[in-house]
Design a protein around this ligand. Structure first.
Ligand SMILES: [Zn+2]
Ligand SMILES: [Zn+2]
Length: 181
């Protein structure tokens, strides 16, 4: 079992408790990339500080410069607002497509252009929590989309069980009937 002593906490830890140095850094410091044949050299590929100490340092740095980070994020957002919007639209469309692209209510009275019933206009479609447990994400529509996208990858059946599409009308009617508002 290969171990290395962290220069910060002085504990002897297994190599997997250290992050690897970035290839660029290790080259610039030692002239050429490491070869793996010697034990010491392999250890040198890892950082001096263990993961715990390194993460702690990063977190402290973040806390100290939190405002700067936040400002930077806000500026970035402003700059890329349009891209964000497009991205968000695409992500939402992926969920809408996955859930069938039309209103799930059998009583939907919306007639589409091709005379079929069940609204299929994505602008009017809303993601409904079948069991009305939407309170968790009430303030964070965006993170709900991310959550669903992640769940589609991991457990698509669960998504189909939990969520459905309803057009705005059917959604309001469901809420009125269930006294959800
Ligand atoms: Zn340490
Ligand atoms: Zn409907």
């Amino acid at each position: 079992m290969k171990t290395k002593v962290c220069t910060k906490c002085k504990k002897n830890k297994r190599l997997q408790n250290f992050y690897k140095r970035s290839a660029r850094k290790s080259r610039s410091k030692y002239g050429k990339p490491y070869k793996k044949h010697s034990d010491n050299q392999e250890k040198e590929e890892y950082q001096q500080w263990c993961k715990d100490c390194f993460n702690q340092k990063c977190h402290n740095y973040y806390l100290k410069h939190k405002d700067k980070y936040k400002q930077r994020a806000t500026n970035w957002k402003k700059l890329h607002r349009e891209e964000h919007r497009e991205q968000a639209k695409k992500e939402r469309m992926r969920v809408v497509t996955f859930l069938g692209g039309k209103c799930s209510s059998p009583n939907c009275k919306w007639a589409n252009d091709d005379d079929s019933y069940g609204c299929n206009d994505p602008r009017a479609l809303q993601i409904d929590h079948i069991n009305g447990d939407g309170y968790k994400y009430k303030n964070s529509y965006k993170s709900e989309i991310y959550y669903i996208l992640k769940l589609i990858k991991e457990n698509p059946d669960k998504v189909r069980k939990k969520f459905q599409l309803l057009c705005a009308n059917c959604n309001w009617i469901k809420r009125a009937e269930n006294h959800e508002y």
